[in-house]
Design a protein around this ligand. Structure first.
Ligand code: SAH
Length: 345
């Protein structure tokens, strides 16, 4: 029988198991503390547990690990990109970035992605599997340990579509913010989605306090459907309605991600259409010059993104051009994993 993934369990679940074993309840709290505060990686390190219990835990449960397969440091800024190998040999990417208030970590939520966005490297080789909550937590633990830093913000913008792995992502958020464990306020977490409308509504209802970012990239249904297949299922009218719902339920404004692709989505007509779409929302748009992916022909200079920003401003839309961190180490999502897999093939 496969061992249970103990790092993905909540304290309540652990307490139930411990009671079933005939152990006193406080043992669950001790174990949980070793896992989520001391972040140990082996049951033998749980020094305040009786040896017999440690041995029993080791038989029935596993503690997930990640291994650093590659580590790239940017020469231009403090960005570090990790390629992590998971216990089944799959790979995901995690990017550590320094910003004004500390360190922010961009984590992956799936191995590969089903969404098929045309400009994105994560999707080229298709979808393999969901990450467990523990594999998301371990991206934080392993990076903090290796880099010797404490991460103060998390963005779910690595490989995968977080709302396509809803249950595990919700579990990850619960464990991350547990006042009895890791204690991170979800105000410091941003979740980015390509626009899975029913899940956006569900997320709004959960009132987690996190920031929702929506990958827009094109202001018309025809244009967006051509590059983002998800738009055929959930067109812009439904997407924008879900964004308004998110704001009305949570009081938190949705931010919009827009990868500028020269000649594709940065014309005057695009600026006008985008202004129309966001009208009345006081929305903020994050512009980023698209990262060129070998297999695709999209490209943009920083100047093109700035020009589009000015166009948008003239239409009354607030936009900023996001800092492109670690461009020398291919910090755009999915590129490193894709390369590692093509080299192996
Ligand atoms: N699936 C989620 C999160 C992962 S992608 C989503 O779609 O939002 C994180 C962000 O990077 C998204 O906004 C995505 O559209 C964007 N992105 C993907 N490939 C890119 C590229 N080549 N250049 C610029 N941004 C890209």
């Amino acid at each position: 029988m496969e061992k249970r993934d103990i790092l993905s369990m909540t304290l309540d679940e652990l307490t139930m198991d411990i009671k079933e074993m005939g152990q006193p309840k406080y043992r669950a709290a001790q174990i949980y503390k070793w896992l989520h505060e001391k972040k140990i990686s082996d049951f033998s390190e749980m020094l305040d547990l009786p040896l017999a219990l440690r041995t029993k835990l080791d038989v029935e449960y596993c503690i997930k690990h990640l291994f650093i397969a590659r580590r790239l440091e940017s020469c231009m800024d403090n960005t570090v990109k990790y390629l992590y190998r998971l216990s089944d040999g799959q790979h995901v990417e995690t990017v550590l970035m320094s910003y004004r208030h500390g360190w922010r970590l961009c984590i992956s939520t799936q191995v590969g992605c089903k969404m098929g966005c045309q400009f994105c490297a994560s999707t080229i080789a298709g979808y393999v599997r969901n990450l467990t909550a523990s594999e998301m937590l371990r991206q934080i633990d392993e990076t903090e340990r290796d880099a010797g830093v404490t991460v103060s913000g998390i963005v779910l913008m690595g490989i995968g579509e977080p709302l396509d792995n809803f249950e595990n992502v919700m579990r990850f958020l619960e464990l991350l913010s547990d006042p009895q464990g890791r204690k991170m306020s979800l105000r410091h977490v941003t979740l980015s989605t390509c626009g899975i409308v029913p899940r956006m509504r569900e997320l709004a209802d959960k009132q987690t306090g996190l920031t929702l970012a929506v990958s827009l990239h094109n202001p018309t249904d025809a244009g967006r459907s051509a590059v983002m297949p998800v738009n055929r299922r959930y067109p812009l009218s439904e997407l924008m309605e879900a964004c308004r719902y998110y704001f009305s339920r949570t009081g938190r404004r949705v931010t919009f991600e827009y990868a500028v692709m020269q000649g594709e989505n940065d014309t005057e007509a695009d600026a006008r259409a985008l202004a129309g779409l966001l009208k009345g929302q006081q929305a903020h748009v994050n512009l980023i010059p698209v990262n060129s992916v070998k297999e695709r022909s999209y490209h943009a200079t920083r100047k093109a993104a700035q020009d589009f920003m000015e166009r948008l401003e003239r239409h009354g839309v607030h936009a900023t051009v996001r800092r492109t961190l670690g461009s020398d180490i291919e910090a755009a999502c999915g590129q490193l994993r894709h390369e590692a897999d093509s080299q192996q093939a």
